[in-house]
Write a protein that binds this ligand. Structure first.
Ligand code: MN
Length: 234
């Protein structure tokens, strides 16, 4: 008798605002150091170097349902677990070598996301010139709120992006301070990878990333999008 070799996996779904539909996630891309002030705090060069990308596994997604507080488990193997609030752009139409001028035609919607980071592991690996995969690509490391369709709210390029912990301001910036716009990110990324419907891009975090501990309540907001609430639990 052959052992089982097929393991059906549930699709990873993000609810779509003002509908009963869901967006199915295919791949998760993230851009690094996309705000000059955050590039500086990470020890990088704040000049306009080309964007760089990393991925998270699709099943790292943890959805925050509207009006709820997500209970998010503090992950293993870290003592310096950081929040990064980010705009997330969702690809609705694929392509490769997409021009920046038409790139937004490929973006179907936007959400508020948290690129959660095991900063101690990321830094330790970077210092050894090893891939910092373990600092970024782990279970539940990609938190996201509901998707807002561009056909409802337009494309999101400006506006406040904030994060509080227990009511205290931690991150506060404006999407206008992104080094590379979503359109430019899509254009650049599509030179390296063929993009497909269902791909999402975490568009980088502003400055003042920092640690969370058990019991902390994170509230992340982007102007025009549904805010997300996350409690750090054991
Ligand atoms: Mn990030």
């Amino acid at each position: 008798m052959m052992p089982p070799v097929l393991f059906p996996v549930a699709p990873v779904l993000i609810p779509v605002c003002r509908s009963n539909s869901h967006f199915q996630v295919r791949r998760i891309y993230c851009v690094g150091r996309n705000y000059a002030a955050h590039a500086r705090e990470m020890g990088g060069d704040p000049t306009r170097e080309p964007p760089f990308f990393f991925q998270k596994p699709t099943d790292a997604i943890q959805v925050v349902l509207p009006g709820t507080i997500l209970e998010h488990a503090y992950p293993p193997m870290t003592a310096n677990y950081h929040h990064e609030v980010e705009l997330v752009a969702a690809i609705g139409k694929g392509g490769r070598n997409i021009a920046a001028g038409t790139a937004l035609d490929h973006v179907v919607g936007y959400a508020v996301g948290l690129d959660m980071t095991r900063r101690d592991l990321q830094r330790a690996m970077a210092e050894q010139k090893k891939p910092w995969e373990v600092g970024k690509s782990f279970d539940h490391g990609a938190i996201i709120g509901q998707l807002h369709l561009a056909s409802d709210i337009g494309h999101v390029a400006l506006g406040a992006i904030t994060l509080t912990v227990n009511g205290q301001s931690r991150q506060s910036s404006d999407l206008a301070h992104m080094t590379w716009s979503v359109a430019e990110q899509v254009a650049n990324l599509s030179q390296y990878y063929e993009l497909f419907p269902g791909d999402i891009i975490y568009a980088g975090t502003p400055e003042n990333v920092g640690p969370v501990v058990l019991g902390d309540l994170i509230v992340a907001t982007i102007a025009g999008l549904d805010e997300i609430h996350v409690r750090i639990v054991a």
